[in-house]
Design a protein around this ligand. Structure first.
Ligand code: SF4
Length: 106
């Protein structure tokens, strides 16, 4: 499983730039460039719930990443096999405003 760093701090699952979701789905089945990918698991944080409490899950260093971006060199049968990846989107309000910055086209 890749080590994941995520700058989408507006996501409900983001814990100090780690992800607490447990697994994510990266989308972009026709992507040729990183900005054509998205984290399909992004959910905008609503209200004032900016908290580091672990009540709703803690951020993990490594995470299972299912990925539809089949043109990426790290994609092996829809699983990400990179040792580490970075999801970008620091001001994202929707999935489309995030991307896998580690995408590298075959
Ligand atoms: S590095 Fe490639 S295979 Fe891994 S999540 Fe990003 S786009 Fe998908």
């Amino acid at each position: 499983m890749p080590a994941l760093r995520c700058s989408a701090i507006t996501c409900v699952y983001n814990k100090e730039e780690l992800c607490s979701k447990g697994d994510i789905l990266v989308t972009g089945d026709a992507a040729n460039m990183a900005d054509q990918t998205s984290c399909g698991s992004f959910q905008e944080r609503k209200g004032d719930s900016m908290t580091n409490s672990c009540a709703d899950g803690c951020g993990c260093e490594t995470i299972q990443v299912d990925c539809e971006a089949c043109r990426c060199v790290y994609n092996d049968d829809r699983k990400c096999i990179a040792s580490q990846i970075g999801i970008a989107g620091s001001n994202a309000t929707s999935s489309q405003q995030t991307m896998c910055g580690t995408f590298h086209c075959k």
